[in-house]
Every structure is written in structure tokens, then in C-alpha cells.
Design a protein around this ligand. Sequence first.
Ligand SMILES: Cc1ncc(COP(=O)(O)O)c(C=O)c1O
Length: 462
Amino acid sequence: MITSTSNPFTMKRSKLSRRKFITNVSTGAAGALLSSQMPASGISSEGAASDLAINGGKPVRTNGWMKWPAWNSEAEKPMLEVLRSGDWFRMRGTEVDEFEKAYATLIGSKRVLATSSGTTALETALHVLGVDAGDEVIVSPYTFIATYNVVFNQKALPVFADTDQETFTINPHKIEEKITERTKAILPVHIFGLPADMDRIMAIAQQHNLLVIEDACQAWLAEYKDKMCGTIGDLGCFSFQNSKNIPAGEGGAVAGDDETIMDRCHSYHNCGRPYGKTGSEFTGYPFLGGNKRMMQFQAVILLSQLERVKKDAEKRLENALYLDSKLKNIPGVIPYKLTEGATKSAYHIYPFRYKKEHFDDLPRKKFLAALAAEGIPCSSGYEAQYNDGLMEEALNSRGFKRLFSEQRLNRYREELHELPDNDQLTREAVWFFQNMLLAERKDMDDIINAVQKVYDNRKQLL
Ligand SMILES: Cc1ncc(COP(=O)(O)O)c(C=O)c1O
């Protein structure tokens, strides 16, 4: 809405550059008249005309964003029933079994095993597929720490292949140079729900006889060539942690089509007890294992979440495409690109790259602070692995020194600094959170307007 105080037609023209004038009127009737000339979409008239909020000006947005996690009230009754039944763990009650079937149907996988978290799903997949002490696993470096923690926990070495800056996912052209005689598996991550280049990854794996474990912990309903992420490799892993698009506080899943492997996954997550056909000749505990079971309460929440998941995913997709179409017009703002073959992204995060050279070298930190002050929550995201203390804890441990030569470990340390594209991405990434994408078109305009406002007024921050 153009108010009397902000109407550009009532403002002194001398106060406005041509660019600001055009962007200021991009909402409302005047905006419609000028829309063919607009460089980016609708900046609010109040926004660009005033100081940046970080300098005491009026923020673009004062409304908050949707609270997360959200849930359907239908979950409350079955939750109470489980509570009153006392059947809280998966060995009694049916909710976890039900969720596994429903999730398998949703993603088009023959089998799904529910686990206590995404981390335990990954641990189960690595163990059952035979990733063992002294092996190497090729991992995408642009990811949450759990992706490589689990490899270290198997006493194997997570070897990073550089990221493709445009897609935020592992660069398949950098994988083969990382393969050694110890390499056992590739662990691509569909980060933010942006599908990795699975055709190339599967082809490399086949050629070198490697396993593929998909980290789909942020990629529920993301699609690559119309197949769901997490159903393409040997096994796929999902997370249902509190912040996730399908949240249950904690929770995870392993998906796979091979009955024997999935039976073994079940055994492993249930203290090594026999399950299905595998091990049916045994009693007791024939296999290695641990307790990685999902609770019935988690499954109750998840079953109710499944009722909204498709609608939420469509909304996020619609809003993300709108942001793409507008943000790309702002100099220095480069939205993610989908890898060839990716047919749908899931948007756990909406990411773009911030090119400070277009902002008169304004550091990303100041850009983020200015954006946050305008009412747009944002983050700089993941850091490079050489900043992680856990690296040295693992590499210096007695176990790793026994399993790998000193020369290999030293080379490994050096290789952490040889990921130039990932390094640059960690310096330039900007994230918006998935709950923001569940809002309405006008709320997306707030995001666009705030970025445009910071761009237009960047000199105030220098
Ligand atoms: C990419 C990725 N992998 C693995 C995990 C681990 O999942 P969880 O937190 O459920 O253990 C997460 C969760 O944040 C993740 O984002």
C-alpha cells in the first residue's frame, strides 16, 4: 500500500535516485504502471525511503514468522492413548510399524526402518553396508557435522570431495580423484533438499565398485529424475529432528529396497536381535547392534505430520520459485541452481550466494545483521571442516593412528584446505529457513524488499 507519507509521488524527487524511485513504487497501482521497468520486485515504499533498520530506520517487516514445529491437533488423541497404554517403545504397540509403511509408500521405497535420529539412521546404513575401521568414505563437505561424524564413529575416514558452488552439492567431477584402495562408499548429501547429481555419482560408484549411501536428512520428497531422494543409492537416510520439514523432536529413517539388507538394518538398530528372514535360524543376539529404536510417541507425531507434508512441500516450492525469480535480479545475489536431472527440491533451507563485490565489499556479516534488523531471519550457515575441533580429536586418536599411516593422516589434514569451492561457499552462503517459505506471497515480498533495501542503502553500512 502506498501511504500519504511514503507515496513516491508526494515525495521530493531530489531525495530519490531513479532506481529507488522505480523500486519504491513497485507495489500498488503505481507499481503496476511501472512494472515493465522494474529491476527487482516490489520494494515497499517505506523501506527504501527510510534508513536501514539497523541504523534506526523502520524495518521492512515487524510481523514474526510461522512458529516451528507445527503439528495437527489430530495428533493429540493418539498421543494420549499411547501414553495411557504404557506401550511406549517399539517392541510393544504398532505406531512405529505404521509409520514405516506410510513413509515407504510416500517415498516409493520397498522398505523403511524408523530410527531414533538421522544420525543413528546413517550409522545403521554404514554398519550394515560394511563400512569398517580403516575404510574411507567420500563425503560432501557442505553439510551438517553428523554426515561425517558418523564416518569417524565407524573408525573410517570421511574424505571430502569439493562442492559445486552453484548447486551446493558434491561436485561429481571431484570424486574420482579422491578414490583410494581403501574407499568403500560415497556419501552424497542432498543438502537443503537440493538433489545431488545422482546419475554421475551412481555411475562412478558402479565403475569403482563402491556403495552409495544418500544423506537425505534434509530431503524429504525431493526428486531426482522423478525418483525420491533417498531411494536411489544402496540406502538412504532421513532425519525428523525438531527443525526439519517433517519434525518429531527426534527421529530418523533408513530406506532401501533390498529385503536382506533392510532385515539386517532392523537387527542392528534393535541390539542385534534376529529380524525377518535374516537370522531367523538364530535365537538371542546373533548380530552386532545397538539401541537405535524410534519411540511410539515419535511415530504418532510423524503419522500426523504426514498428513500435511505434501501441502507444505508444495507451498515451499511455490514460494522458493518466486524468490528465485525475483532475488536473482538483485546484483550480488545468486540463488542456488538445481543440478541437471533434479526434478524437485525440498527446501529445508532457501540458500543463495552473497557476492560482496556487488555490495561495495560490505562483509557478509554486516549484510546478514542488516537483513535480520529488517525482520528477515537469516544465517551464514556451515563452516569449513578445518575449523572443526573434532577433526584433530579423531586424527590424533590411538585408533586412527593404528588404522592409517602417519603419511595418510598428514595428507588428509592438507586436503581439508584443498576445497576451494567449498571454502568460498562457506564464505558467501546466506540461508533463509524453511518455515519462512510456508508464508504467503506478500511475506516473500518482504524478503525480497529487505534484500533490495539493504542493497540500495549499502553505503549506510560501510
Ligand atoms: C545433512 C544432515 N545429515 C544428518 C543429520 C543428522 O540428523 P539428526 O539430527 O536427526 O541426528 C542432519 C540433521 O540435522 C542433517 O542436516
